[in-house]
Design a protein around this ligand. Structure first.
Ligand code: SF4
Length: 338
């Protein structure tokens, strides 16, 4: 049995405030090596629609943003993308979109079944809030994982940022994923306007309490096409400490170095992989679409085609002495432990 690490909220806050935190990073990197090894898992993100019915204040895809051209990939195009990345050794496709109800239960179910029939990919869904019935049907069709961020565990802040959402509904969805047997991914934004260091410490403890299979956390990046225009971006060293603390508290979690981190510095993902992370998510959206999946400005890698992006990520991983995993990278936390 791995030893449970306990760090109090007070100590988490002190660590988050520290200027010299190399000891924490070293500890996280050691725990990562001991628990999940040297391999880095590739998750190919296919951003298949940038339509969204919601108006989250920080997000460039919000329905009120009239400045981005909207697109929807056809199910056939998504399937072709899945087949392509399967051939290039990516083992998971993350089907990500705004909350686009054009993709009905029927369309998505067939798409999941087709991907499972024609490829050897694990399927992660990241399509927002749906009904229990839909989540169940998608799971029965073969979806392996569901990714839905809680964004912030501060209920008041959640309410301010999500005019269309209810905090408790969000938590209910996360519980449903567990109940249905999905590998559950969640996470939050670090450095949101109005978020305090105490809130960030609470988010880390929230992640520990929920024992998610995967934690996707990234910095808040200000977007001029949103009502939060002009606010400050998240701070890289806080992001790095956040990731290290999550690894220390959740030794077996799947922990990505997320794309948004590269906005803060160009070698961010390498640094984060050496601070506890063990997943990277190359963007495999066809090039003609990916520039319009503008969650935030200056998104990295939009000039590259999916396969270039995949091998670029592999090279970055190799340069820091790590290797790409050849398996599906399913969670080492059993569904029952949750
Ligand atoms: S965060 Fe998600 S649900 Fe909210 S506006 Fe953006 S894409 Fe839509």
């Amino acid at each position: 049995m791995e030893k449970e690490t306990y760090i109090s909220k007070h100590d988490i806050i002190e660590i988050l405030k520290k200027d010299d935190f190399s000891d924490i990073v070293k500890q996280a990197d050691y725990i990562r090596r001991e628990n999940v090894g040297e391999e880095v898992h590739l998750r190919g993100i296919c951003e298949f629609s940038n339509f969204c019915r919601k108006d989250c204040l920080y997000c460039g895809l919000r329905k009120s943003n009239k400045k981005i051209p909207r697109y929807r990939m056809s199910p056939e195009e998504i399937l072709r993308t899945a087949v392509l990345i399967d051939k290039h050794g990516i083992k998971t496709i993350v089907l990500q979109s705004g909350e686009d109800i054009w993709f009905t239960k029927k369309i998505l179910t067939k798409l999941i079944e087709d991907i499972k029939t024609h490829t050897d990919l694990a399927v992660t869904l990241s399509i927002g809030e749906r009904s229990f019935d839909e989540y169940k049907v998608f799971k029965d069709a073969g979806a392996d994982r569901y990714l839905l961020r809680f964004e912030t565990s501060n209920e008041n802040l959640f309410k301010k940022l999500h005019p269309d959402d209810d905090y408790h509904e969000r938590l209910k969805c996360l519980q449903w994923f567990s109940d249905l047997g999905y590998q559950v991914g969640s996470g939050c934004m670090i450095g949101l306007p109005g978020q305090t260091i105490k809130d960030i410490a609470d988010d880390i403890l929230f992640i520990k309490k929920w024992n998610f299979h995967m934690v996707g956390a990234g910095p808040y990046i200000s977007n001029d096409d949103t009502p939060l225009s002009g606010s400050k971006n998240g701070n890289f060293s806080i992001v790095q400490k956040f990731i290290a603390l999550v690894r220390i508290l959740c030794p077996k979690v799947l922990l990505p170095a997320t794309t948004a981190m590269d906005i803060l510095r160009s070698d961010a993902r390498e640094i984060i992989l050496q601070s506890g992370a063990n997943v990277v998510m190359p963007n495999i959206t066809p090039q003609k679409y990916k520039q319009n999946y503008r969650l935030y400005p200056d998104k990295p890698c939009i000039g590259e085609d999916p396969i270039t992006c995949r091998y670029c990520m592999e090279n970055r991983v190799k340069k820091i002495g790590r290797k790409i995993a050849q398996d599906h990278g399913h969670s080492l936390i059993s569904i029952r432990e949750k």
